[in-house]
Design a binder for this molecule. Structure first.
Ligand SMILES: CC(C)(COP(=O)(O)OP(=O)(O)OC[C@H]1O[C@@H](n2cnc3c(N)ncnc32)[C@H](O)[C@@H]1OP(=O)(O)O)[C@@H](O)C(=O)NCCC(=O)NCCS
Length: 347
């Protein structure tokens, strides 16, 4: 769900056209009774796909998007954030998604909300781009879109789903809580433009010969496990297992500093939509090693013609301290990853 005026929005690498019949589950869900978890809070989905109590006052239908929806959807998204929105940049790509789906909520036959479901590896999925026309908010459309997305994923055997919410987006946090998502981890974003070290002493590109040893160190790290075994790239969290890591190494996208217990690690990649910026996701390291590595990645990026490195960091004091001492400046606001295990949900 995250997006940035300075960064690029999440984009799908793949694409679907799903018939609206895929979303018949929504009606069934919507009529189930509500589960109260406390005097002031209601979770719609708790231990199973439970309830959606609100009786929609309007005629709402969830379906997959069509190209011609663009002219209705983009205008109601334009003023979403104080800096605007990115939906106009990604709509054409998302509507062609052959694996996931761009869902549309129609009210009285007119598009009034969207949500993109992106399929990932290892049974994971990613939700992004949730938008409801301001004229139709608080009428249950976002709930309907999310429930349809969860049905879509459940029907296809997906096991887990994640999404981003900015830490200051209280309506979305409330919605996520209500749907049964739980907060998994906080991420911070920085950008670096001037390296502080003339030469990094401990950093290098990870090649095949060091791939296994480096993976084992990451795999055994407590932080990586708490992150949910994933990395951030261009506003989406990607699951990361050994085979993915080896592919990234083979693509020359993994760098590290130090070794053994004192190792910092970063995965880099193109910042979609911003060809002059390199994305770099720091996954672990002491302040000293992160500083060395951040300078290394930045110098390398500048040599390759990039103007800046946009760094994502888990909100973990050591990694953050390393980036700050490498004079990386805060970019986008803190963003929360929410997650849901779909296995216990009834379709
Ligand atoms: C967040 C957003 C998608 C919610 O859409 P919506 O259709 O109004 O949401 P729903 O009617 O389904 O609301 C479901 C629940 O979400 C929470 N919620 C929604 N809007 C809220 C608000 N303004 N304040 C507090 N809670 C809110 C409530 O718990 C609500 O249940 P309730 O109405 O019974 O109290 C919509 O406000 C929006 O498009 N915002 C701008 C874009 C955005 O922030 N997208 C998400 C990016 S992560």
């Amino acid at each position: 769900m995250g997006s940035s005026p300075n960064g690029r929005p999440a984009r799908s690498t793949s694409t679907s056209s799903t018939s609206s019949s895929s979303f018949t589950g929504i009606a069934r869900i919507a009529r189930r009774p509500c589960r109260e978890l406390g005097p002031n809070s209601t979770r719609l989905i708790g231990h199973g796909l439970v309830a959606w109590t609100r009786h929609l006052k309007q005629d709402v239908r969830i379906r997959s998007a069509r190209q011609e929806d663009r002219e209705k959807v983009v205008p109601f998204c334009t003023g979403t954030f104080d800096w605007g929105d990115y939906i106009d940049e990604v709509f054409d790509l998302w509507v062609k998604d052959q694996e996931g789906s761009l869902l549309v909520a129609d009210v009285d036959g007119q598009p009034a909300g969207i949500l993109h479901v992106r399929l990932m590896k290892h049974g994971w999925a990613w939700l992004e781009g949730l938008r409801v026309d301001p004229r139709h908010r608080r009428a249950g459309l976002a709930t309907a879109l999310n429930l349809a997305a969860l049905s879509f994923l459940k029907e296809r055997g997906y096991r887990n789903v994640r999404l981003f919410i900015e830490a200051n987006n209280l309506p979305s946090m409330q919605l996520a809580y209500k749907l049964g998502f739980t907060e998994a981890f906080r991420w911070k974003f920085y950008h670096g433009r001037r390296p502080v070290l003339a030469e990094s002493r401990y950093s290098s590109v990870v090649g095949r010969e060091k791939a296994s040893e480096t993976w084992d160190r990451l795999d055994g790290s407590d932080l990586f496990s708490r992150l949910g075994r994933c990395y951030e790239m261009s506003w989406a969290m990607h699951p990361l297992e050994r085979e993915d890591f080896i592919e990234l190494v083979d693509d020359g996208r993994v760098f590290r500093s130090g070794s053994g217990e004192d190792m910092a690690l970063v995965i880099s990649g193109p910042e979609e939509g911003h060809p002059r910026a390199l994305r770099a996701c720091f996954l672990m390291g002491s302040p000293k090693m992160v500083k060395d590595l951040a300078s290394f990645v930045l110098r390398k990026a500048l040599r390759q013609g990039f103007r800046e490195v946009r760094a994502a960091s888990p909100d973990q004091p050591e990694v953050v301290a390393g980036l700050r001492s490498a004079r990386f400046r805060p970019g986008f606001s803190t963003t929360l990853v929410y997650t849901m295990d779909l296995r216990g949900l009834r379709p």
